[in-house]
Design a protein around this ligand. Structure first.
Ligand SMILES: NC(=O)c1ccc[n+]([C@@H]2O[C@H](COP(=O)([O-])OP(=O)(O)OC[C@H]3O[C@@H](n4cnc5c(N)ncnc54)[C@H](O)[C@@H]3O)[C@@H](O)[C@H]2O)c1
Length: 263
């Protein structure tokens, strides 16, 4: 028996990377899936693969989490097929195109729109459905970058906001039996990280192998457990927050980072 049997989860940004890892762990625990992403071809492939491998029902929807119209339309679409949603994972995120000293207004706007305001938009759109159902679970994917500012100011600030909004929503929605928690992932070798590596090491070392070596050097220098984190690691923490095991936990942010940050 799975820990998420008879539950339906909507996971944003789940076509690839961490979102896909969360969807995989949810499917292993028996949850039906709504894979919401801008990348609809990749999302459809992910949904199909997980449905076949784990015998759950999975669908993909082309949701843009920055657009209230898109959120409403795709929630209607998803509910028409799945009837109910029990779990929301706000995972979609972006990194800026420049490091702090070179960041422009577009970097700040995009980070805040996708990494922070979208949590408010999607959670607010789904909250009435959760309330009507007698409860629900929200898991926000923040970052250890939100624990302490660094060389990507817009990203760190948006992720600090994600930790803060987790507490605000937990306080507001707790009386409706809705748990709201966050996960702060550490260093994961996803498309987002490969983009960041390019900015951190500059154009002269554009080869993937150099980026990978730098990533491993960062882990060796700053991660007590000394190993990279995987999308599945984040997925297992998300399963915990989404399950009844965490029924009395809300407003918390959990680092899944091998000990890089201990606050
Ligand atoms: N990779 C890391 O090391 C790391 C560390 C800490 C936190 N995170 C966070 O984890 C989450 C997932 O990151 P990832 O590394 O898997 O990145 P990724 O770039 O591989 O995946 C992000 C997904 O979000 C989707 N997305 C972006 N904008 C969207 C929008 N407007 N509407 C719908 N979907 C949208 C993308 O299409 C993509 O599928 C992000 O919130 C990220 O900030 C990542």
């Amino acid at each position: 028996m799975g820990r998420l049997d008879d539950k339906t989860a909507l996971i944003t940004g789940a076509a690839r990377g961490i979102g896909r890892g969360i969807a995989t762990e949810f499917a292993k625990e028996g949850a039906d899936l709504i894979i919401a992403d801008l990348l609809i071809d990749e999302a459809t492939r992910t949904a199909g693969e997980l449905q076949n491998r784990y015998q759950v029902t999975a669908m993909a929807v082309p949701m843009d989490v920055t657009s209230a119209d898109s959120i409403t339309a795709e929630l209607d679409n998803a509910l028409a097929m799945m009837q109910r949603i029990d779990i929301l994972v706000n995972n979609a995120g972006v990194a800026p195109n420049h490091l702090s000293q070179d960041e422009d207004e577009d970097d700040w706007d995009r980070c805040f729109e996708v990494n922070l305001k979208a949590i408010w938009k999607v959670s607010s759109a789904l909250a009435p459905h959760f309330i009507e159902n007698g409860g629900g679970k929200i898991v926000n994917i923040a970052s250890i970058a939100g624990r302490q500012g660094g060389v990507i100011a817009s990203y760190s600030a948006s992720k600090s906001g994600a930790i803060s909004i987790t507490q605000s929503f937990a306080a507001e929605l707790g009386p409706h039996n809705i748990n709201v928690n966050a996960i702060c992932p550490g260093l994961l070798w996803t498309d987002m990280w490969r983009k960041l590596e390019g900015m951190l090491i500059g154009d002269e070392a554009d080869e993937l192998i150099d980026r990978r070596q730098r990533f491993e050097a960062m882990l060796a220098a700053g991660c007590p457990l000394g190993r990279e984190q995987t999308p599945e690691d984040i997925g297992k923490a998300a399963v915990f927050f989404a399950s009844d095991d965490a029924r009395n936990i809300t407003g918390q942010s959990l680092n899944v980072d091998g000990g890089i940050r201990m606050n």
